[in-house]
Design a protein. Structure first.
Length: 137
């Protein structure tokens, strides 16, 4: 299990993506591999949402968790302090809109995803899971 707290900034969302990719590479999922690329993209989207929508006051942190289960599932969790702002997948996005596609990407890449109450305080955890078919050692 890997966990790290980040300040709620766009820079931190990029850093979260890089750290998850680095950790997965260390776990045997190569940077250019399908699992690593999908997990990095999902992390970037969920972390960007936490930094942008999940804070109650400026500089409130969000936390990223990464784990791999024995059954071949990689789980990404992003926890923030904003329980009342739940993620919603928009059915149709204006083609000219600059935002609104992140959760569509998460939904397309993850085998499952969802939201649960934050276990250790106010807020929520948005999670996504990927099935690992094989390692690229």
């Amino acid at each position: 299990m890997f966990t790290q707290c980040f300040s709620s900034t766009p820079r931190s969302a990029r850093l979260a993506r890089r750290l998850v990719a680095h950790r997965l590479d260390g776990w045997g999922h190569a940077y250019a591999g399908e699992v690593n690329e999908a997990a990095a993209l999902i992390t970037a989207e969920l972390a960007a949402n936490a930094a942008r929508h999940g804070r109650t006051v400026p500089a409130r942190d969000f936390r990223v968790g990464l784990s791999e289960a024995a059954d071949g599932t990689v789980r990404i969790e992003v926890t923030d302090t904003r329980a009342e702002r739940l993620p919603v997948v928009a059915g149709v996005v204006d083609p000219d809109a600059e935002t609104g596609r992140g959760l569509l990407l998460v939904e397309a890449m993850a085998c499952r995803w969802g939201v649960m109450p934050r276990p250790d305080g106010p807020g929520k955890t948005v999670w996504a899971e990927l099935r690992v078919s094989g390692r690229s050692d």
